[in-house]
Design a protein around this ligand. Sequence first.
Ligand SMILES: *[C@@H]1O[C@H](CO)[C@@H](O)[C@H](O)[C@H]1NC(C)=O
Length: 330
Amino acid sequence: MKSYIVLSLFVTLCAGGAIPNMPLDNSNYVEGKSRYIWMPDGDNVPHLVDLQAATTASQPRNGEDNQYWLYTRQNPQSHQLLIPNDVASVRNSNFNASLPIKVIVHGWISSGTSEINPMIRDAYLQIGDFNIIVVDWSGAAGGIYTSAVLAVPSVGQHLGNFLNWLISDFGGNFRNMHLVGFSLGGHVIGNAGRVVGGRIARLTALDPAGPQWSGNRFSLNRHDGIYVETIHTDGGLLGIFDPISDADFYPNGGRDPQPGCPSSPCSHARAYELFAASVVHNHLFGRHCRDITEARHNRCRGTMHQMGNSHLRKRGYGLFALSTGAEWPY
Ligand SMILES: *[C@@H]1O[C@H](CO)[C@@H](O)[C@H](O)[C@H]1NC(C)=O
């Protein structure tokens, strides 16, 4: 019995199953091998996630519970609830089909009130008037990570169906639509774009979640929208490092530590801070890289391409790297 316990402990350690003892320290994490990783929730509280945890049927896994919160310059702070297939909920709101639609999708253990939402919403409303739709999928995004991963396809499908209904019943155009998703939300927007046949003008994934997404057929890919862009800031840890979009940006090498960040969760969150700053200032320029090694070492010298910003007709292909500052607006 004793030798069995010793053996199984040995096997666990060899398989990279050692529990990282320092909160927030993901430095020993190896994608595809390690069992545990520290992940922040929407309030930046760290949780130790077991990537082999059994999924639970009691955790909702259905995008039916998605909520769609509308903000415009007429209601910049308090949302109006848009309800799928409820015509009055849209008619009686400030939704304006002639304005572009910007959709913001949060990540794990987060909600429509998590920091990412007001940060990106306020950035947009500072530069113009838009239909800002914050997706609250807190029910399925809460609880254990492995279950939240399984919820992503359905959450994305319901979002895609809702946007399809909005366009077909109230006017507007997929060419005036931009979806922005952080971490697991980066994969949600991919699934939403797929449901409407890749017709959405622009998708921006902010450090799309890495654990359990390599080789996952529901992962974001470059066919999910007309122009698909990813900003990698904690690649190989909480985010994906490999390029998966038309244009993949690697600020400061695309990995932890980002400037001024003491931890991998901070580097992960930097993706939406950089994006929000770029919406306001459009001041961050990547340089084209010949390969991923150049990107990782931030040694790219090719043509310039703007990272982030609010433009709907953006185009660009390849890998791009750049240096940023440590504080807003970076
Ligand atoms: C909708 O947006 C357009 C374009 O900005 C504007 O001209 C129009 O007045 C808006 N409609 C309403 C009802 O606010």
